[in-house]
Design a protein around this ligand. Structure first.
Ligand code: NAD
Length: 256
């Protein structure tokens, strides 16, 4: 088989959480470009459908927009059932949805902690649980968790976020072991700084942004498009012997 053929996703079905904007949208577009049918999910159904339609027009892939709040188990069950109804199965799950609430610990509310842990850690756990029976039965599946470089190293004033992403990296390893006998690959991508909405509090302050940029070995923030090829790689048979792994896309930040 030609090496590039191992990256193709024709006939595969993917779901991306938080897929209407930012890195999730990049992931959905990349998967569709590689030939997968893609369910773009977001809390706002209009945003999900708009993104799904735009991706279908650009790639000619089949797409669907679905409403999904990853903190709600009942939403997940019904959203995934809709995807299976439309496309017949789910082969690829990208757990991308996430939030950040920054601040010194004494200024954070208990509800801030709960919100971040629910979206970033419990959400992926619920989504993985929702595909478990299906993927184990067909002995095929690719799960990609969008963790963070802050799941490995940390920064001050990120207690909920770094804790959630550290947990997500370990959730990845645990499920990789649990599902290895079933031929399901579970990996994490750990992005470094990308200029998306989640980082507006940093980007909107030029001094903070410049200070951050100075710490990135490649000397710049990531372009969301630089995530797409890694998503396709881990979603494809090109990465068939990779599981429980974490791929850093961080301009060298964690190498320091
Ligand atoms: P973003 O804010 O543009 O995207 C986050 C997406 O998640 C949005 O579409 C949002 O609506 C969705 N979302 C949030 N809570 C949700 C919920 N409960 N249910 C469903 N959807 C929900 O930011 P982004 O940079 O595109 O973030 C995507 C992922 O990448 C996040 O998990 C984030 O932690 C991770 N990440 C981003 C960076 C970065 O520098 N941008 C770095 C490391 C990790």
């Amino acid at each position: 088989m030609n090496v590039l053929d191992r990256f193709r996703l024709n006939g595969r079905v993917a779901i991306v959480t938080g897929g209407a904007r930012g890195l999730g949208r990049t992931a959905a577009l990349a998967l569709a470009s590689a030939g997968a049918s893609v369910a773009v999910s977001a809390r706002d159904i209009a945003a999900a459908e708009t993104a799904a339609n735009e991706i279908a027009q650009t790639t000619r892939a089949e797409t669907i927009g679905i409403a999904l709040d990853v903190t709600r188990a009942t939403d997940i069950e019904s959203a995934f059932a809709r995807v299976i109804d439309r496309f017949g199965t789910i082969d690829i799950l990208v757990n991308n949805a996430g939030i950040n609430i920054r601040g010194p610990i004494e200024r954070l509310a208990e509800s801030d902690w709960d919100a971040v842990i629910d979206a970033n850690l419990k959400g992926p756990w619920l989504c993985c649980r929702a595909v478990a029976i299906l993927m184990k039965a067909k002995k095929y599946g690719k799960v990609i968790n969008i963790s963070s470089m802050l799941g490995e190293i940390s920064l001050p004033e990120r207690t909920p976020y770094a804790s959630s992403k550290g947990g997500l990296t370990l959730l990845t390893k645990t499920l990789a072991l649990e599902w290895a006998p079933y031929g399901i690959n579970v990996n994490a991508i750990c992005p470094g700084p990308f200029a998306t909405d989640i980082n507006l509090p940093l980007l909107n302050d030029p001094a903070v942004a410049a200070n951050f940029t100075a710490k990135i070995p490649l000397g710049r923030w990531g372009d969301p498009e630089e995530l797409g090829p890694a998503i396709v790689f881990l979603a494809s048979q090109a990465a068939s012997f990779i599981t429980g792994s974490t791929l850093f896309i961080d301009g060298g930040y964690t190498a320091q």
